[in-house]
Design a protein around this ligand. Sequence first.
Ligand code: FMN
Length: 403
Amino acid sequence: MNCPLESKKIILGISGGIAAYKAAYIASALVKRGADVHVVMTDSALKLIQPATFWAITSNQVITDIFEPPQKREIVHIALPQSADIMLIAPATANVIGKLANGIADDMLTTMALVAKKIVICPAMNVDMYQNPVVVANMDKLRGLGYEIIEAESGRLACGDEGVGRLAEPDKIVEHLEAILSGASQDYSKINVLITAGPTHESIDPVRFISNRSSGKMGYAIAAEAAARGAKVTLISGPTDLAAPSGVEVAVVQTVREMYDEVISRVASSDLFISAAAPADFRPAQPKAAKIKKSDHYTLELDQTEDILAAVGASKGNTVVVGFAAETDDLIANATEKLHRKKADLMVANYVGEGSEVFGGEANQVTLITHQSEPVELPKMSKRSVAKQILDYVKSNFLEDVK
Ligand SMILES: Cc1cc2nc3c(=O)[nH]c(=O)nc-3n(C[C@H](O)[C@H](O)[C@H](O)COP(=O)(O)O)c2cc1C
């Protein structure tokens, strides 16, 4: 499948924020995906990072000065944004955001922004600046005018403060751009989706726990796909190494009990619940407060954990419920039995036995099982493509009335 960024002309506007160095990673990621990247820098950005970096990464001239005579017989600040597919401003300073919100065009970047068809803004600044009512109002105004804003993230800021203001993760920014340029339909824009992903950790003692081989990649792929199609997505994730998908609210939990509480408190307001997590079936009956010694001759007793999918199925109201059945034997029979027992609407059956490479892998081969129709066996494909197929199937079979 072609990458949505292949042969796309992208203007990367860089303004004078300390995160300007991260724009080099973004430029490189866009070029690797086949995009034709044209960098435009403000005077302040030039004081923080050298244009030669971007010339070397993009193989295009870096544009900095509105009065510099162009190489071709064309007015660059008009011709380039007219011909570009999208303009990305990363990082966007408070100053640039303020200028854009007020139609000010006093340099190359802001002038091009008045011509560009589609603009994505990635703000980055100190937390006090980010929460300043003028900046908040400017961002609201831009949103209302159709600009896409990829919100800054929380964390330790360059100035030493803690709080919101860090540039969104470069990979997230690139993913977001891919979603926009893929022309993904916004068919989930009215749908609230609640998804679980990953394993759980059930403590044996302070240093040991029971877990399983789930990587969380399938659930994260569904969350990313649903968000790209406009859904409001909440992801309840067990411990994983994965980055939060763009535009998804993530609550990280450790145990089945915590996952259960998060799901139950949110499921009533969800149109669709997808249980892609692998919560532990058992937890230690009496986790120890102190480390168990090798010499203790300890016998581990287990209790059953809460059954999250069954609890949701038993009281689901109007929520469409999708479960995953990871089986090593009698895949279809076991998954069909699970569909009935958990009162789910759809069961996604996947074989996880020897040679399947599902856990931690990038691909999956699943069969969709419902009460109404014959099982639909899908070929092996990437987890993101499986996510797309599941959402397509759910939309046409269960969500017609919501739209
Ligand atoms: C070291 C340094 C780091 C800065 N980082 C930021 C930043 O992260 N975000 C921001 O809005 N302004 C930041 N500023 C302030 C801007 O550079 C300043 O407002 C400038 O006028 C922005 O110009 P521009 O928007 O045309 O690039 C920083 C300034 C300095 C000296």
